[in-house]
Design a binder for this molecule. Structure first.
Ligand code: HEC
Length: 148
């Protein structure tokens, strides 16, 4: 069977559109980014508990948590749309006046998360502990500048 080219093109466009995240209202964008941060923070805390020895090391559980974090950590950034500036949130106005610095901080965190994810695959708790500390520092670096 020959698939209609227009249908395939439409499907590809729909996939690209989903990654770009469009929001019905500015408040939806705020809810979306805060929801993503909260889910990420939840799983990051579970990884931290393991890295810091508060819960027993379990590589499978660690890797499950990291898989969620690696996906969800890509999401919040699309929710920082310019039309959300006036709404109540913890985002400082400097997010929009210094957007390049904000995006660079997000890239830093993404890089350290990639390293943490790689460490989680090695089953080496020391490597996980180190990479967790570096990642937490990259989260904090952005929070110090851009979050109330
Ligand atoms: C590039 C900047 C940036 C990076 C990197 C970043 N955050 Fe945030 N984070 C923010 C901002 C801004 C908010 C507030 C968002 C809002 O209120 O709309 C936030 C909110 C949160 C929240 C919601 C609860 C709260 O106190 O506001 C959690 C949880 C959170 N971040 C965890 C993390 C973790 C964990 C990392 C690292 C893996 C991280 N963040 C990395 C900027 C960042």
């Amino acid at each position: 069977m020959k698939l209609p080219v227009a249908l395939i093109a439409a499907a590809l466009l729909a996939t690209a559109g989903a990654a770009q995240a469009q929001f019905r209202t500015p408040q939806d964008a705020v809810d979306y980014r805060q929801g993503a941060f909260n889910v990420m923070g939840h799983h990051f805390a579970r990884v931290g508990a393991m890295a810091n020895g508060r819960v027993p090391f379990d590589a499978a559980v660690l890797q499950q948590n990291m898989a969620i974090i690696m996906t969800v950590s890509r999401l919040p950034w699309a929710g920082f749309t310019p039309d959300t500036q006036g709404l109540t949130s913890k985002a400082k106005p400097v997010v929009w006046t210094e957007r390049a610095r904000f995006d660079a901080a997000a890239q830093d965190a993404a890089r350290s998360l990639t390293a943490l994810n790689a460490a989680a695959m090695t089953n080496n708790l020391d490597a996980v502990r180190r990479a967790f500390g570096e990642t937490a520092a990259s989260c904090k670096a952005c929070h110090d500048n851009f979050r109330d």
